[in-house]
Design a protein around this ligand. Structure first.
Ligand SMILES: [Fe+2]
Ligand SMILES: [Fe+2]
Length: 193
């Protein structure tokens, strides 16, 4: 349903389980970046009224996810650590050539956002199914549902604002590229690592 072409190696969960503090830290910053992306889309594309309205709602939801993860960190007696770069996202966002019309740039940013949401959703699903800690598993199950809605929303906007056929082709090409990136990942205790 997410369209991803390469599923995560389930052994990734074993790596994560050995370091819950690291995964929660990385996860908190994923939620912060999702919030920042929504704000940035508002600033960059203010004339797309439907998008602006949805991004306002998304900012609130993603920052509330950030708080949920932050609360989990505090519950465990930890303090949020510093952010680290997300190699997966850095590689992903080199796929489309820079430039083009405003609509083209918007479509590219929406497709990147859709894919990051889809992969996050897949990772959360795996955590919700495989984690030994049932309370944490339930925490990830709830978040999985939210991220699936975000994936659908971003892809829907790309199709609404761009040429449908062209957008579908770009989405398919991006999925192929993402599967190549994933071949070298699933080896570290980060949401996309
Ligand atoms: Fe989120
Ligand atoms: Fe999200």
């Amino acid at each position: 349903m997410l369209g991803l072409k390469l599923p995560t190696d389930p052994r990734w969960v074993n790596i994560v389980e050995k370091n819950i503090e690291d995964i929660l830290t990385d996860h908190a910053y994923c939620e912060q970046k999702a919030t920042s992306t929504a704000i940035s889309l508002i600033v960059s594309f203010p004339e797309y009224t439907d998008l602006v309205q949805e991004m306002v709602a998304l900012v609130k939801e993603e920052i509330s996810h950030f708080k949920m993860v932050h609360d989990k960190i505090l519950e465990n007696g930890w303090i949020l650590g510093r952010d680290r770069k997300d190699d997966y996202v850095l590689q992903l966002i080199t796929f489309f050539p820079k430039g083009g019309s405003r609509t083209t740039q918007l479509v590219h940013r929406l497709l990147y956002a859709a894919l990051i949401e889809a992969r996050s959703c897949e990772r959360f699903r795996l955590l919700s199914e495989e984690l030994e800690d049932k309370e944490l598993a339930e925490f990830y199950r709830k978040l999985m549902v939210s991220e699936a809605n975000h994936y659908t929303m971003f892809l829907g906007f790309a199709r609404q604002y761009g040429d449908r056929k062209e957008v579908d082709q770009k989405w398919n090409d991006l999925l192929d590229y993402e599967a190549e990136i994933m071949k070298n990942l699933s080896k570290s205790e980060t949401i996309h690592g």
